[in-house]
Design a binder for this molecule. Structure first.
Ligand SMILES: Cc1cc2nc3c(=O)[nH]c(=O)nc-3n(C[C@H](O)[C@H](O)[C@H](O)COP(=O)(O)O)c2cc1C
Length: 213
């Protein structure tokens, strides 16, 4: 079996958001698909260790925001590489309440709200089946998982169901890699000469978390 074949599956990049009491929370997910039309139903695969998993299991409501190519990648850093156990991911983000879930305002190319109708235990992840209760498109070009990897040069953490250890040959010479999200600095200015105020463009962590490899 060669699991590399699974890398040719196509996905989008989404925010899955849910409420912790009145506190808005959520995480990045790529494993979302529509599985029926009437009633409109989606399947969403969420890692059991994600805080978002406990919120969806407890309340049964969540929302999905479809990220666009021009979405600030820093949002993926915040929602995809930090946990709501320790971070308030909506700090500085406007949002509305839609059918029992928070939806970031003016982010991405659309959103929809969901009510869980069933689930499947898939080992590390639970697949939630959910009826779409409301939603609206916004202008923009959807961000695909491939675009996230190839253009934004983003990485996926182990919690993503599609995670596979990297097998690409290490680039020649010394590279500076973000110790939080794995982003590799490729700018023209030598890394050492960047100002101390430099932050990772993906996860917004300070220059000090970068390590030379
Ligand atoms: C590109 C990308 C795709 C991801 N896809 C998923 C996914 O489909 N399901 C999942 O459970 N986690 C996925 N993750 C990981 C979660 O977003 C991450 O573990 C997050 O920190 C969990 O936050 P929480 O503890 O606040 O829920 C993905 C992360 C990234 C960056």
């Amino acid at each position: 079996m060669d699991l590399k074949v699974l890398r040719n599956l196509s996905y989008g990049v989404y925010l899955v958001t849910a409420l912790d009491g009145m506190r808005p929370c959520g995480c990045v997910a790529n494993s979302i698909m529509q599985i029926s039309s009437r009633p409109a139903t989606v399947a969403v695969s969420i890692n059991k260790e994600n805080y978002t998993h406990s919120l969806i299991s407890r309340h049964g409501y969540f929302a999905v925001t479809l990220l666009a190519q021009d979405t600030d990648p820093g949002l993926i850093g915040t929602f995809g590489f930090q946990s709501a156990r320790t971070a308030n991911k909506f700090d500085g983000l406007d949002f509305t309440f839609e059918e029992g879930a928070p939806v970031p305002a003016n982010v991405g190319c659309g959103w929809f709200s969901c009510q869980v109708t069933g689930s499947y235990d898939a080992g590390t992840h639970t697949v939630f089946f959910a009826r779409v209760t409301d939603g609206a498109p916004r202008p923009g070009e959807p961000m695909t998982y491939s675009y996230y990897h190839k253009v934004i040069k983003g990485k996926s953490p182990k919690a993503a169901p599609t995670y596979q250890p990297e097998e690409e040959p290490a680039p020649a010479g010394k590279v500076w890699k973000c110790g939080i999200c794995g982003y590799i600095y490729e700018g023209d200015t030598p890394f050492e000469q960047l100002p101390d105020s430099y932050t990772c463009p993906l996860c917004r962590q300070p220059k000090t978390v970068f390590k030379a490899e």
